[in-house]
Design a binder for this molecule. Sequence first.
Ligand SMILES: CC(C)(COP(=O)(O)OP(=O)(O)OC[C@H]1O[C@@H](n2cnc3c(N)ncnc32)[C@H](O)[C@@H]1OP(=O)(O)O)[C@@H](O)C(=O)NCCC(=O)NCCS
Length: 168
Amino acid sequence: MSQATHLTSRKVAESQSEMTELVLPNDTNTLGNLLGGRLLHFIDLVAALAAFRHARSHVVTASMEHIDFIGPVHVGDVVILKSSVNRAFNTSMEIGVKVWVENAIAATSRHVASAYLTFVAVDANGRRVPVPAVEPETAKEIRRYEDAGRRREQRKVEAERKRAIVSA
Ligand SMILES: CC(C)(COP(=O)(O)OP(=O)(O)OC[C@H]1O[C@@H](n2cnc3c(N)ncnc32)[C@H](O)[C@@H]1OP(=O)(O)O)[C@@H](O)C(=O)NCCC(=O)NCCS
């Protein structure tokens, strides 16, 4: 499928999304720390929101590619998750997610995780559909856009390497 040039491009700000979650005892391990899988669920949801708003169609998670758990999150913490579409390709989009823990009393926040995910836009029958291009505006958005292109190229190289191993 070729790049959907007929679709109007959209600015990053149009689909940026945010979620706030309070960490409850049921979300934690025996030490009272947020379970990694629970955080992945929040990350998947906030990323899906940005992808959905950008594509204005159904989206499915194709991959959760890179996740850094930088610091622990404790029961009672307020978790803020922010997502943006770094770049859109043909039917897929790379979404970046950054996660903070907020200390409302001290009015400070601590960066605890970052992730990149790829979502694919599909119609009601699950068939892939083209997505609009992203129009990066700020220096940060342009850097993320270019980095997303490099990561896609690296994925292609890795996929090719795996195919070669399987067919050897
Ligand atoms: C994601 C999915 C739609 C891809 O379909 P596919 O027929 O394998 O499609 P292709 O290999 O032709 O790739 C389609 C696009 O997805 C991208 N893609 C596919 N697999 C990918 C992966 N693992 N990582 C990143 N991008 C991926 C391709 O680069 C391509 O992007 P483009 O259209 O922008 O160029 C399909 O694998 C699927 O439905 N997976 C299940 C999704 C799901 O249920 N997610 C929730 C998990 S519980």
